[in-house]
Design a binder for this molecule. Structure first.
Ligand SMILES: Cc1cc2nc3c(=O)[nH]c(=O)nc-3n(C[C@H](O)[C@H](O)[C@H](O)COP(=O)(O)OP(=O)(O)OC[C@H]3O[C@@H](n4cnc5c(N)ncnc54)[C@H](O)[C@@H]3O)c2cc1C
Length: 316
């Protein structure tokens, strides 16, 4: 849908350029999905405030975009504004053993800086191809730890443009869960970096080698598609239901790791969503467990809607 000229003008007055009808497929790790009505890079907190102010004034939805490594974007794209962060919002500052990282910074870049500077304790972020903002939003983590173990506070920009600092304790952090205020965008996050840097580096090296051996990292995916249900592993349940290799169009349950749904080339967002729904139904029929997606489904799925369901079918 075309953006109203008044929106483009208001953003231009704030010094911001909007790319209209901006393709998103190349910005997300599944490599599917249609365009954003408008894409605006926020290069500092003031720019993010301006985007939030203009969007609120024109009743436009805003989707903050990190590395797109946990997003299923609809084939028809995303209405409103999509906002990646960069510039000063991808920088780091250090105060004693606390690193304050811009939300647009890639975790791999954060870990590279950590390794050069001898900061420890961030090993739980190794191998996660997201940004700091996306990692906070998802409380991303691995068997070595998660964001919530290290997070002290976040600076957010509310819809409307107000800036607020929230302590980590206010975010309801739990397994892949973080309750940000509705419409808020993380601008910066403060992480504790104490600990033994040498031990941290060894743990990350071993962990990354194990991942490479067990995950299809050479194919487009969103990592683990489903959350692990309490006391079990989604991958184990999918494999036990005999679904490795199951395909819909160009989307496939990876033969290497059953919780990875991969784009074998030419998949559409609807292929992936249909495969997610098929896996949910078949695992439920086989084991009586409803798998909840870990990936975030966004965009315009049209009158049919997205086939993925967030809850199990009601009996009868
Ligand atoms: C190969 C592979 C391996 C993976 N392994 C892991 C793993 O081990 N552990 C794990 O937890 N995840 C893993 N993931 C999933 C993904 O990398 C994480 O969920 C990551 O935190 C997403 O970050 P992102 O920047 O890509 O966010 P995006 O995918 O861009 O966005 C995800 C959500 O965060 C929101 N968001 C993004 N930035 C902000 C911001 N600044 N403020 C507010 N909201 C924001 C988006 O709007 C969206 O709702 C993996 C993915 C891949 C492809």
């Amino acid at each position: 849908m075309p953006l109203a000229e008044a929106v483009t003008l208001a953003l231009a007055r704030a010094g911001l350029h909007v790319e209209v009808d901006a393709p998103l497929g190349r910005r997300v790790s599944w490599r599917v999905g249609g365009p954003a009505d408008g894409l605006v890079l926020a290069h500092d907190t003031a720019a993010l405030q301006a985007v939030q102010r203009v969007a609120a004034a024109h009743a436009l939805p805003v989707l903050p975009l990190g590395a797109g490594s946990n997003l299923l974007v609809a084939d028809a794209g995303v209405r409103g504004l999509v906002v990646p962060l960069g510039g000063a919002l991808a920088d780091t500052e250090v105060e004693d053993d606390v690193v304050v990282a811009g939300a647009g910074l890639r975790l791999v870049a954060l870990l590279a800086r950590a390794s050069r500077a001898g900061w420890a304790g961030l090993e739980g972020l190794a191998g996660i191809p997201g940004t700091v903002g996306g990692a906070v939003r998802m409380n991303a983590g691995t068997s070595l730890g998660e964001v919530g173990d290290r997070l002290l506070w976040v600076e957010i920009v509310h819809r409307g443009g107000a800036v607020e600092r929230l302590e980590a304790g206010a975010l309801g952090l739990a397994y892949r869960t973080c309750h940000l205020p509705p419409g808020a965008i993380v601008a910066r996050a403060a992480l504790r970096t104490d600990g033994d840097a040498e031990r941290s580096a060894v743990a990350m090296r071993d962990f990354l080698a194990r991942r490479k051996a067990t995950q299809p990292l050479d194919q487009p995916s969103c990592g683990s598609t489903f959350r692990n249900p309490p006391g079990d592993a989604a991958g184990r349940l999918i494999e036990a239901a005999g679904l490795k290799g199951l395909s819909v169009g160009g989307a496939q349950v990876s033969p290497k790791h059953a919780n990875f749904l991969v784009n074998t080339g030419g998949a559409t967002a609807r292929d992936l969503a249909s495969l997610v729904a098929e896996v949910q139904a078949r695992v439920f029929a086989h084991a009586g467990v409803w798998l909840h997606p870990e990936v975030e489904v966004v965009g315009d799925w049209g009158p049919e809607g997205c086939p993925i369901s967030l809850s199990a079918p009601r009996p009868g």
